[in-house]
Design a protein around this ligand. Structure first.
Ligand SMILES: Nc1nc2c(ncn2[C@@H]2O[C@H](COP(=O)(O)OP(=O)(O)O)[C@@H](O)[C@H]2O)c(=O)[nH]1
Ligand SMILES: [Mg+2]
Length: 440
């Protein structure tokens, strides 16, 4: 996610870390690096200009200049300001105190509305709600089918809306609300038609649906890959029908970050979720602060742990974090981790949350598959407790014995040990230690 932007900002931070004092001159240099990074990432120029002004003002303030590690202070300022332009505090999805809540998704064609309806239904079901799905995309017959298929495959009810019914839209919409309320569904998730461009007919249609359904949330679904185009069309939707929040999709692709970093400032609406893949579970609550850390290459350990908490043992995860911090992480722990990772989803997914430095970058691309995890576990099982504690004792004859015991070739054992050592080495780096230090 936002690889190029991250790389450039990391370079800027490295530059700052190398400076003993913060001066007008090196700040100007750092700000220039930052400005270029943002402009290249297609961030709205006004957003960049304001951002730069705020950083400059704070970074050259008294407190920073007098502090012991000015560069660190500046990095913290950059991180906080970045979190600020991403929206500050996480804003939760709103529900009506008088159910059903109505969540209406709008946006251009192909932005991911229909897919997101399914993802959102799955997410609200996860917090104990009973969603009902309906589509107002009546022009394209395939649109109804698409949402119905998604609803059915996820096991959620789908309400069939037809053009015939919509001939008298007021009645049709009221009927829908009664149906929803009587059966105890909450929320009603509403898919709508999209166009390639914003046009009056579409806006008219959406305004009508909006006026009658009185949605709790009108969510703009924007394709992050389209950068400033997504921001401009969000602005048009905001002006013509009014929005309450934003979901950005396709952040798994090579989106440069421009949409995410501009849309909140331009529309004044918070990003509540992001789509990070086509599958229904590729959906995350959007946390501005964590995203800021992630972009700056400081890693998003909190999201990682949250994800782990959903699927694994909390105490164990905390224990792992403690061991990593104290550098007591052994091969036995490594095994527990990879088995746990298997439970949590693909390794590359997970590693995307970690600091994008050193060996992790390669590991993330490595796509360790289930079979390989099983093999690694078998190898570690064939080791003695001493070997697991301290892989340095693994000489040739020990490796040969482990190979026989696990039924895996020696080169695979070498590979495992090498990966483990790389991980250990990387854990010793100060930036990771600092992050882990933030965890109790
Ligand atoms: N990679 C990726 N693809 C997505 C994401 N969200 C939606 N898509 C894909 O984008 C395409 C258009 O999605 P669709 O929901 O039909 O868009 P709609 O026209 O706005 O309803 C489909 O191929 C989806 O699978 C996402 O977060 N990541
Ligand atoms: Mg659609």
């Amino acid at each position: 996610m936002f690889d190029q932007l991250s790389e450039r900002l990391e370079r800027m931070m490295k530059f700052l870390r190398g400076e003993v004092k913060v001066t007008d001159k090196n700040m100007a240099e750092a700000l220039k690096m930052m400005r270029l990074a943002f402009l290249e990432a297609d961030v709205n120029y006004k957003v960049v200009r304001d951002f730069e002004a705020r950083i400059k003002e704070k970074a050259l303030g008294e407190e920073v200049l007098r502090s012991l590690s000015p560069a660190q202070q500046v990095i913290k300022i950059v991180r906080d300001e970045l979190a600020g332009i991403l929206g500050g505090q996480q804003k939760p999805l709103l529900f009506s105190s008088r159910p059903p809540s109505v969540i209406m998704l709008v946006g251009l064609q192909g932005s991911g509305k229909t897919t997101t309806c399914g993802k959102l239904a799955r997410w609200v079901a996860g917090i104990g709600k009973s969603p009902l799905l309906v589509s107002f995309d009546l022009k394209r017959p395939a649109a109804q089918e698409q949402l119905k298929t998604i609803a059915t495959s996820l096991g959620f009810p789908f309400y069939e809306m037809t053009s015939a019914r919509m001939a008298s839209p007021k009645e049709a919409l009221k009927e829908l609300l009664v149906h929803t309320a009587n059966r105890g569904f909450d929320p009603l998730i509403v898919d709508t038609a999209g166009r390639l461009h914003v046009d009056d007919e579409l806006m008219e249609e959406l305004r009508l649906v909006r006026a009658i359904l009185d949605p709790t949330e009108v969510v703009y679904v924007g394709d992050a890959m389209t950068g400033q185009d997504a921001v401009r069309s969000a602005q048009a939707f905001e002006e013509k029908i009014g929005l309450t929040s934003v979901i950005l999709t396709k952040l798994d692709g090579d989106a440069r970050g421009g949409a995410a970093l501009s849309i909140v400032a331009v529309t004044g609406r918070p990003i509540k979720f992001i789509g990070v893949g086509e599958k229904p579970d590729k959906f995350e609550v959007f946390h501005p602060e964590r995203m800021a850390s992630r972009i700056l290459g400081l890693g998003d350990i909190l999201s990682l742990i949250e994800k782990a908490q959903g699927e694994a043992d909390v105490a164990e995860t905390e224990e792992m974090a403690r061991k990593l911090r104290k550098q007591e992480f052994t091969l036995e722990d490594f095994k527990k981790q990879i088995v746990q990772m298997k439970k949590m989803g693909s390794l590359s997914d997970l590693l995307g949350h970690l600091p994008q430095v050193g060996p992790f970058k390669n590991l993330a691309k490595a796509q360790v598959d289930d079979l390989k995890i099983a093999h690694f576990a078998a190898i570690i099982d064939s080791m003695t407790p001493e070997e697991r504690e301290n892989p340095r004792v693994l000489n040739g004859s020990r490796r040969a014995r482990i190979a026989r015991g696990s039924g895996r070739p020696v080169n695979e054992i070498n590979q495992l040990v090498r990966q483990f050592q790389e991980m250990q080495k990387m854990m010793k780096r100060s930036v990771v230690q600092k992050l882990l230090g933030g965890l109790k």
